[in-house]
Design a protein around this ligand. Structure first.
Ligand SMILES: [Fe+2]
Ligand SMILES: [Fe+2]
Length: 301
């Protein structure tokens, strides 16, 4: 009877220790986000702890084997202590990972805010547009089937929405602030902004994925977008940004025209659904409660 209980406890202890090792690697990953000298020492310490945990795990397995074979009376107590220790380490690791995530999100948002303010200072149109697109992206994500939405990181999508036009920093002000239609040469220069945006974002270690989402935000389903990328090669996040961006552009007042109404914008977008915009995501978008869509509009738009 005691043997059976011991073997279960040993098994639970071993599983918990193994999970601890896997989880602990996430702490190592987050420590690499910070690159000053003190943090290098911290990441070395974290690596050392990982090695110790692996040794403890192997030692535990060997010790368990010895205990099972030679000691019969005190084993239940000893193994229970091992298990309790593993569970304690497990809870500490989970708390540490969550704290790291919170710090990471705070750093990321500060960086996003600083970048967005820079582009807003140069281009009056983007004032509020970035936030509008970010809000719409989150709203669309919430209405996607769970099998899709769970694969899209909510915060990263929000940041991509904020930063989708960041590449306009590299576009001359004469083009950015031109009232009316751009000529051919000006339009060709304007078309570079997703590529400039990608280059700005990809150098920032806080946003490992979103530079590609920004790069593809003017691509079309029929392959006639800025860089002629075909449907299958456009990330779903870029398709979401494209719909949010299109809607925001249509309903926003410009110097040379008034913004469209909700109905007019949906009608125009419906005409390009399947060619310019992804038809499945647009169907979801047009069925979202209108009030929710209107609530995405910041006061400054
Ligand atoms: Fe854009
Ligand atoms: Fe935009």
């Amino acid at each position: 009877m005691i043997d059976n209980e011991i073997s279960y406890i040993i098994l639970f202890g071993a599983i918990t220790m193994f999970i601890n090792i896997i989880q602990y690697r996430k702490i190592l990953k987050y420590s690499l986000f910070f690159s000053n000298n003190r943090s290098i020492r911290i990441s070395l310490l974290i690596k050392l702890n990982l090695v110790i945990m692996i040794f403890l795990f192997l030692g535990y397995i060997i010790l368990a084997e010895v205990i099972m074979n030679y000691i019969y009376v005190k084993t239940l107590l000893i193994e229970s202590m091992f298990l309790a220790g593993s569970i304690f380490v497990f809870s500490v690791i989970i708390v540490q990972i969550r704290l790291n995530e919170i710090v990471h999100e705070m750093y990321s948002f500060d960086t996003v805010e600083a970048l967005v303010k820079t582009i807003e200072a140069r281009d009056p149109y983007t004032k509020g547009h970035s936030q509008h697109v970010a809000n719409l992206c989150i709203c669309i994500r919430e209405h996607l089937p769970r099998s899709y939405s769970t694969k899209i990181n909510k915060n990263m999508l929000k940041y991509a929405g904020y930063l989708h036009d960041i590449g306009k920093i590299g576009i001359p002000e004469t083009i950015l602030k031109k009232k009316g239609k751009l000529n051919y040469e000006e339009y060709e220069i304007m078309k570079l902004h997703p590529m400039i945006g990608k280059n700005i974002i990809k150098s920032n270690i806080l946003f490992p994925k979103i530079s590609d989402w920004v790069y593809y935000h003017h691509e079309q389903i029929d392959g006639k977008g800025y860089f002629r990328v075909t449907n299958n090669n456009i990330p779903i996040e870029s398709k979401i940004i494209a719909i949010a961006d299109c809607f925001s552009a249509l309903v926003t007042d410009r110097v040379y025209r008034n913004g469209k109404t909700y109905e007019e914008a949906i009608k125009i977008m419906n005409e390009v659904s399947g060619t310019q915009l992804d038809s499945k995501i647009f169907d979801i978008f047009m069925n979202i409660d209108r009030v929710k869509i209107e609530q995405c509009k910041p006061n400054s738009v």
